[in-house]
Design a protein around this ligand. Structure first.
Ligand code: ADP
Length: 482
């Protein structure tokens, strides 16, 4: 096969920007397919049509076609619709309102929907019917996270072999585990309920199914790919991943600079770029006014993220008093776990004149925090790739990160390498080490030439999708030879 043959690539995902999103996964499913389509490949992204998807706004059109699948004796019908994602990529949607016509993607609050195995199991089974109904002949099926783990499983176990499969793990902590007795409901034989198959400590594990039956497995940064081979980061699947040998690799996520670039960001108060940073000052003033801290002086430390223990909000809560004592300002945007929300509210309430906390999901404010802040805090316990620190670099906002996963792959520590540094990297996951990095940030804030040089180095970094899209294509071609 000539290496320049254009491929038909079918991505399967539970969320995709601009239609549905709870995290970085959705961003990837917008950026990667568009970059692949730009390289001349035919790219489809299939996702469920949730209630919250705005059909009219996104030009989603019914195809007047439907597919039906039977799982464990129950039938599920899906209507197919379609939308143009731009750059030549096409979104396809599978609609079944009983399963997906709900307010949230995965559950209410912290409570997952109890039929998630059926929802994503039937969605995965329907992929093969969709391929048949639309007459597609994919060269590769690229699956994302546990929700699509049964696609490679059905492909192999039911001898469908429609195409080689690749599974990308966006976060190994979310595996889609269910009690063993769901197996008959999924129409899967007990023959594969063993450690070599999808059994995991007596439970059914969707992500493990994806890993076991895919031709190639990837995760979203080279460093995280190394880390998860060790028990500390492997979430119980390190052995399964080690067994994959060279078929498991890390490819760094890209950033979509058509959405995240201060030169053309419609959400921010004033455009700016490396040639002229004056707009950043206006973004600062606008941000402070918006969060009720108008006119307050001092460096702004921004935070945007899911309230999950992964993200290190416990460390953030611990260092906030010291940031305030040193004359800093903290602006936090996030939502998620109740306990983190409460803990953050307690610290924010203690310093109403210097700490602003916004609870909720707010795309616009996320952009404004990236633009208006001086530093961005990301002390994650673990971080498969992380996008916010990549966005921070482009916005001239120095990231302060824990040395894990993709954070380590994308931020150069000013402490260790003052000539090339783009942010601050701390190594030990404790408040003392984090605080030291924060104190170093105060140091550079008072040294304007050094601060400007570091900002400009970060802004010049290019983490766009082009490079990573090519790495995936190379991987697909290897999978097609297997
Ligand atoms: P993860 O996927 O683990 O949540 P990433 O850093 O990879 O973390 O991606 C997070 C994405 O979600 C970014 O685009 C970020 O701006 C966005 N995001 C997270 N929380 C919020 C929020 N509360 N409001 C707006 N955007 C958010």
């Amino acid at each position: 096969m000539p290496s320049d043959k254009k491929l038909l690539i079918l991505h399967v995902t539970s969320e995709v920007v601009p239609y549905s999103k709870t995290g970085g996964l959705a961003d990837v499913l917008n950026g990667l397919p568009k970059a692949q389509a730009t390289l001349g490949h035919k790219v489809y992204v299939v996702s469920p049509l949730y209630d919250a998807v705005d059909r009219a706004r996104h030009g989603i059109k019914k195809l007047g076609k439907s597919v039906s699948v039977t799982l464990g004796g129950r039938s599920f019908d899906f209507q197919i619709s379609k939308a143009d994602m731009g750059d030549g990529a096409t979104a396809l949607f599978l609609r079944n309102d009983d399963l997906f016509g709900r307010p949230q993607l995965y559950g209410n609050g912290n409570q997952d929907y109890e039929d998630n195995h059926i929802r994503f199991g039937s969605f995965s089974a329907a992929i093969f019917e969709l391929v048949r109904e639309l007459g597609l002949a994919p060269d590769i099926i690229h699956c994302h996270d546990w929700q699509t783990g049964l696609v490679p499983a059905f492909n192999r176990l039911n001898s469908l072999n429609v195409a080689p499969t690749v599974t990308t793990i966006h976060n190994l902590a979310y595996q889609g585990q269910f009690p063993a007795d769901v197996l008959p409901e999924l129409g899967i034989s007990w023959d594969v309920f063993n450690p070599e198959g999808l059994e995991f400590y007596g439970r059914v594990n969707f992500l493990k199914a994806g890993i076991v039956w895919s031709n190639k497995i990837t995760t979203v940064s080279p460093n995280y790919a190394q880390e998860v081979l060790r028990p500390e980061f492997g979430a119980g699947l390190d052995g399964v991943l080690r067994a994959k040998g060279g078929n498991f690799t890390g490819i760094l996520n890209g950033a979509d600079y058509s959405i995240w670039d201060p030169r053309n960001d419609p959400y921010i108060a004033s455009s700016y770029g490396p040639d002229d940073l004056s707009g950043k000052q206006k973004c600062r003033e606008h941000l402070l006014e918006k969060v009720g801290l108008k006119g307050v002086i001092g460096p702004i430390f921004g935070v945007v993220g899911r309230f999950a223990s992964q993200k290190g909000f416990d460390l953030i809560a611990q260092v906030i008093p010291s940031i305030v004592a040193q004359g800093g300002i903290v602006v936090v945007l996030g939502s998620g776990e109740e306990s983190i929300q409460k803990a953050m509210s307690v610290v924010a309430d203690a310093f109403p004149n210097r700490v602003a906390l916004k609870i909720g999901y707010d795309e616009e404010l996320a952009h404004q925090i990236e633009a208006g802040s001086d530093f961005f805090l990301m002390p994650s316990r673990y971080e498969p790739c992380g996008l916010n620190q990549i966005y921070s670099l482009r916005y001239g906002t120095l990231p302060i990160v824990h040395s894990v996963g993709g954070l380590k792959d994308t931020v150069v520590d000013l402490g260790a390498d003052p000539e090339n540094g783009t942010g601050f990297v701390f190594h030990s996951f404790d408040a003392g080490a984090f605080l030291q990095a924060v104190s170093n940030a105060f140091g550079i804030y008072n040294d304007k030439p050094r601060l400007l040089a570091a900002r400009l180095r970060g802004m010049a970094k290019d983490f766009s999708w082009g490079q990573s899209a090519k790495a995936y294509l190379q991987l697909y071609r290897q999978a097609m030879k297997m």
